[in-house]
Write a protein that binds this ligand. Structure first.
Ligand SMILES: Nc1nc2c(ncn2[C@@H]2O[C@H](COP(=O)(O)OP(=O)(O)OP(=O)(O)O)[C@@H](O)[C@H]2O)c(=O)[nH]1
Ligand SMILES: [Mg+2]
Length: 411
């Protein structure tokens, strides 16, 4: 219906309603009844005019949500408004940032799907470059296929041996025994490449020469979903607000994979107290006895200022862990290691929870619980992991002083 037709219909409706009102009122003689009739009439008329306006307002978002699968983003970005950027206007300040995936050739289809969603939801508006790591050379078809879904700059890196090898000081016999022992105890219990992946993600990737020029990175993986339009630049947002680490899911690690991670971490802290800030947010990772409660930021999604990983403190921590051999004799994951380091070496103010970036990995998905944010997302009907014990720990946690932290881990 054109604006002109709509105006004419409304005028006609108004004249007819007026006529009906006058005619009906003629039949009412009692003054009080006449007053009540007038009041009811005004009320009903108001509803008749207001309801369509409300529904138009609501359907605007529903329509936009549907349309957003065809267009890159929505016009009105409520999250960006919250974040202090103006409506749909994309900040011109680009960061030195890169999207990074470690991936196998065999995961091409799933990687392509992740990139397609990532482009549609975010990167088509910003064109940040991608960097793909692999322990084997990428096939031509992998490269061509990925090129076909994004115009952004792409780097395909075959990892040199030093980024993907079992260190010389790992005792082969003991390692074989440990793999056999852990085979049925937990997922990837005897998987060697999974351990190399965790070591690479914990302590190597950010120092690869191909990463040297980048200050920020956003980790992506094959077989993930991005539910929300991200119409602002999270890298700029982090830079402006002095955030070092960004996450969107927090959950519990399998205890059997990290039996000595906490005792090694405590040993490092005791020897390296000079690296600790005056206050940190380790409280969310500690139980009542000062032991590690297994919570962690799920690192398959993370947006990080790489200066943190490249810092003297973090480097010292992961080298210490590496020399304790837990990547191999146990199965330490990069998620608990990143989380322990970030939470011990930073206060809460430097860590950001990206509630607005709805996401799925494996069987766990998150959607904004904030209804304004959810309007940017195709999340309807999905269950969300927001209420996990670990997330609640994080939400309710407060910084503790360096002294209190050291006291709490002294036993
Ligand atoms: N090139 C390469 N990539 C790997 C290897 N192992 C894991 N990856 C990648 O590293 C990332 C994490 O590995 P996943 O197997 O997904 O590990 P996960 O997320 O802990 O486990 P899932 O819950 O099973 O997904 C993914 O992007 C994988 O594609 C490997 O041996 N070679
Ligand atoms: Mg995965």
């Amino acid at each position: 219906m054109s604006k002109h037709d709509l105006g004419r219909t409304l005028r006609t409706a108004f004249v007819r309603a007026n006529w009906a009102f006058v005619e009906l009122k003629k039949g009412i003689n009692d003054v009080w009844a006449s007053f009540t009739f007038t009041r009811s009439f005004v009320f009903v008329s108001a509803l008749v005019f207001i309801l369509p306006v409300i529904s138009l307002y609501k359907s605007k978002y529903t329509r936009l949500d549907k349309l957003s699968s065809y267009y890159y983003g929505v016009d009105l970005d409520l999250v960006a408004e919250k974040r202090g950027t103006t409506n749909g206007v994309i900040s011109s300040t680009r960061q030195n940032a890169v999207i990074v995936a470690l991936v196998r050739n065999s995961e091409l289809d799933k990687m392509r799907d992740s990139i397609k969603q990532f482009e549609r939801r975010f990167n088509a508006k910003f064109n940040y470059p991608y960097l793909f790591f692999n322990d084997e050379p990428f096939t031509d078809s992998f490269k061509e296929d990925i090129k076909s879904v994004t115009p952004s700059k792409l780097d395909f890196i075959t990892l040199e041996k030093e980024f993907w090898e079992i260190p010389k000081n790992i005792n082969t016999t003991l390692f074989t025994e440990k793999l056999a022992e852990n085979k049925d105890r937990y997922i990837y219990g005897d998987n060697v490449s999974y351990r190399l992946m965790c070591r690479f993600e914990s302590m190597l990737f950010y120092n690869h020469p191909s990463m040297a020029t980048y200050e920020f990175y956003w980790r992506i993986e094959p077989d993930v979903d991005y539910y929300c339009n991200v119409n602002y630049d999270p890298f700029s947002f982090m830079k402006t607000n002095n955030y070092t680490y960004g996450f969107n899911i927090a959950l519990v690690e399998i205890q059997e994979t990290v039996p000595t991670l906490w005792s090694e971490t405590k040993a490092w802290v005791r020897q390296n107290q000079h690296y600790l800030p005056e206050a940190n947010i380790a409280s969310w990772l500690l139980d009542d006895n000062g032991d590690y409660n297994m919570c962690h930021f799920w690192s398959n999604f993370e947006i990080v200022n790489l200066n943190f990983y490249r810092s003297e403190a973090y480097t010292s921590y992961v080298k210490f862990l590496d020399s304790a051999h837990g990547f191999f004799y146990e199965r330490w994951g990069d998620a608990p290691i990143h989380s322990l380091a970030v939470s011990i070496l930073l206060p809460k103010e430097n860590i950001f929870y990206f509630e607005d970036i709805g996401y799925r990995h494996s069987t766990v998905s998150v959607c904004p619980s904030n209804s304004e944010m959810a309007r940017n997302c195709a999340c309807k009907g999905r269950t969300s992991f927001h209420r996990s014990v670990c997330f609640n720990n994080w939400r309710d946690s407060k910084n503790i002083s360096k002294r209190k932290f050291l006291d709490s881990i002294s036993s």
